[in-house]
Design a binder for this molecule. Sequence first.
Ligand code: 58G
Length: 224
Amino acid sequence: MRIDVVTLFPEMFEPVLGASITGRARTRGLLELGTVNPRDFAADRHRTVDDRPFGGGAGMVLMAEPLHRAIKSVRRPGSRVVCLTPRGPRFDAAAARRLAREEHLVLVCGRYEGLDERVLRLCDEEVSIGDFVLTGGELPAMMVADAVARLIPGVLKKADAAACESFEGGLLEHPHYTRPRVWRGRKVPEALLSGDHERIAEWRRCAARRVTRRRRPDLLKTST
Ligand code: 58G
């Protein structure tokens, strides 16, 4: 998969998506990441990309033309153009799975008060990572890129590692433990030390249901 990010702050992405699993996915060629800066498509010598809102009010709005040209420079037939905004439908595990099937994502990051509304029409969809406002769409774009990247076949070491995690079965994930067996007087659940794979699987199923009931009963209501 290829992801191109339209952003005024391209330098934000490498430190995050160059690290760890996403970094390795890129060196292994499973994920290609590019950035495109609308400022490089500005029309004047000051490279202006924002202007005051019609109708007045505080803050600046990203102008349509530089954004349009930036999107056009990376968009190709079959690209899915996604804008990160607080007013889109909530990004969740199902959205990540759906976007992970795409060949090319273009993630459009706004800044300031937002984008000229006419540019939003160029996007295929808007997504929000939660009900709060950030200074820009860059952090949400990194979250979407990360959530999608780990679903690309081969990115996670174990083929099924993504399949049995939180939300994938409509439940939160069971707790994890590692060595030592006793830490400051606290023991690892006995079933996990038994070596009995059926017993371990059963413990994990029960633990997942228990933790979901306690913390996210809303998840149990929707999944049967
Ligand atoms: C319309 C309105 C277009 C995403 C605002 C673009 C982005 C929160 C989220 C914008 C964001 C989220 C302006 C700054 C969106 C831009 C950006 N804040 N909840 N901030 O996913």
